[in-house]
Write a protein that binds this ligand. Sequence first.
Ligand code: MSP
Length: 513
Amino acid sequence: MDKTFYITTPIYYPSAKPHMGHAYSSIIADFFARFKRIDGFDVQFLTGTDEHGLKIQRSAEKQNIDPLEFCNQISQTFRDLSQTLNLTNTDFIRTTEERHKKTVQHLWNELEKNDDIYLSKYSGWYSVSDEAFYNEDEIEEFNGVKRSISSKSPVEWIEEESYFFRLSKWEKPLLDYYESHPNFIAPESRKNEVISFVKSGLKDLSVSRKSFSWGIKVPNNKDHVIYVWLDALTNYLSALNYPNTNDKLFKNFWPASIHLIGKDILRFHAVYWPAFLLATKIELPLRVFGHGWILSGDEKMSKSKGNILDPIEIINEYGLDPLRYYLIKEVSFGNDGNISQERLENCINSDLANNFGNLCQRVTTFAIKNCNGKIPSEIEFQKDDLIILNKYKVNLDKIRSKIDEQNINFYIDYIVNSLFEANKYFNDQEPWNKKDNLVRLNTIVYTTLEIVRKISFLLNPIIPESSLKALKIFNLTQSDIELETISDNEFLTKGKDINKIDILFKKIEKKND
Ligand code: MSP
């Protein structure tokens, strides 16, 4: 199958319950997965949990629970969240699974075989919260505590025997790769950060730890566990059954189309991961996209800062689709954003209830009354109708290519404009004044219904549940949604019954006090 698409989210640390930042990465990945699926692609969509390392071991110790038991509990809350967010992930991987351990140890052996790993001693700064090593010039002192300048997480000094990966050897090949694959890292600003980091010189990377045991053992040296990032990054391959390169999953879906990640973990995905892959002669993923953060106030949310926003609370109050719509529309993709109750309520009242929900209700109510409750049969398109209808056909390839550039902002603007134009068309054409010209009345109704159908298809990856509710007007279900058909102006079967639908979005009463 040539139309395949493999998208991954980061695998999340199950050190605490999921928060809005995790929900954000997952919802965006789901949006792309759903879009590609309605565009006829065979999609593999992976998410999961990253369960080894000192961060998790310490979190479990704090609660006096065995680390695996601790992970079992919290990983389940991430799995549950996938359902709550209506994600269409095709797999959920846990790094404590046997399938994953085998792949990691295989990769380690390959690196060792190629002389990319050697035993030495590490001394330097380490942040348990980030599971990252930092150079002297990447840390600062704040209130007497040393911390990472970029993440603000505290660092501790470690000195121990460690295996090293010859990262320095890959400096030049990485720079060459970035140059010959200009789309590998996105957005552009992030790419520049990565390139200047690599140009500043790469030191060999410590890839094992000896002072704790919660991890995958180094083959042939059980005193060491494999560095949690080498372990975690490999999940993208273990989920495709690598090293079984004859496996259908691996054959169809590697290299990954896109690793979607937060900008905080770009270095791991755009420097370490490609270096491991170059060293083991495995093809590199096609794209690594580092999105912005969901801020709470001015800061990134995190458990240690105590400023967590709970997605479940927002969903309970406003519903899932409004949250999905908000995150996709109001957080400019690639930049940081935040959750403002006022802007969320505006999205619901104005875009969703007024512009989309209301249009669906108005045209169906009108058709039920004036067209015998059926999709009109006798129609004759005029210029005005064709202008608005043909727009979708004309822009279809542009929409596809914008999505391939991860330009979500274009996509959502396109929908918002389309809704505006559709409402304007229905108002300007005044079908209620055309009762003496039934063909014209029918044509306006048919055109508007067609537009409702096309926009509901486009909205499907963003607000899947509501889009399906709207499509009940025509008795259409998920499997009827094919992006290609938005270029068809007579997709709706003439003469078929129209169904009345429930209100799609309830308006929020604004409290002024
Ligand atoms: N376990 C590693 C990732 C390993 S991937 C091989 C990790 N986990 S994490 O749980 O700390 O965060 C994972 C991702 O969650 C971030 O990269 C980002 O995509 C998302 N977010 C976490 N906090 C976030 C915000 N406040 N805002 C937006 N996304 C953020 O790092």
